[in-house]
Design a protein around this ligand. Structure first.
Ligand SMILES: C[S@@+](CC[C@H](N)C(=O)[O-])C[C@H]1O[C@@H](n2cnc3c(N)ncnc32)[C@H](O)[C@@H]1O
Length: 176
């Protein structure tokens, strides 16, 4: 993914510097206004790793800077994990949904199926980890449909997904 981004930057430079780092222990990268963590925090395997990621991210923000994340939806009932096959993927869990329990995804890519696991944390665990890292103004955000998605597929196509969102937005601000 990053190799493709670097090739794109070479072809059409936007001044973006790509680095690959472990989010649990980021080096000093700068003091950013906004950090975007799309599908990242739920790769922590336990609450200790989740806290390390949040602390590591907080260190890269200027005071008042924002974290904007897309993440597993911790409030989605397990009974509703099915139901995405016509969107080209499945989401499932085997065993009880404890903190750190793996959630299995399988996605269709062309003629292939690829699988990966993310980890479940309750909403208060995310909130605690972010607060401990010095974040305030935590907000969970419902998904909103991009007009381009409506134009391409029609609003009806997305209704079932939006009525049962597998992922959710999360934002917070680093305390001044
Ligand atoms: C589902 S992909 C999302 C990629 C990209 N953010 C996007 O939205 O297209 C999740 C990414 O998180 C990365 N990841 C998982 N654990 C990580 C960690 N501890 N530090 C940094 N990246 C990690 C994986 O390597 C993978 O590239």
């Amino acid at each position: 993914m990053i190799e493709l981004a670097v090739a794109q930057e070479r072809a059409e430079p936007l001044g973006i510097d790509y680095r690959v780092c472990d989010a649990r222990a980021l080096p000093d990268l700068g003091a950013f206004d906004v950090i975007c963590a799309a599908y990242l925090l739920h790769y922590a395997r336990d609450t200790d790793e989740l806290e390390r990621m949040c602390e590591s991210i907080a260190r890269q923000l200027r005071p008042g800077g924002r974290l904007v994340a897309l993440n597993e939806n911790p409030r989605q009932p397990v009974e509703r994990y099915g139901g995405y096959l016509h969107y080209g993927f499945s989401k499932s869990i085997s065993g009880p949904r404890r903190e750190g329990a793996p959630i299995a995804y399988a996605m269709v890519s062309g003629r292939e199926l690829f699988r990966f696991e993310v980890y479940h944390f309750e909403a208060p665990s995310y909130e605690r980890a972010l607060h401990r890292a010095g974040f305030i103004d935590l907000q969970w955000h419902e998904l909103v449909l991009d007009p381009a998605g409506i134009a391409e597929m029609g609003a009806g196509y997305w209704r079932e997904y939006l009525d049962n969102p597998p992922v959710v937005g999360l934002s917070a601000r680093r305390a001044d």
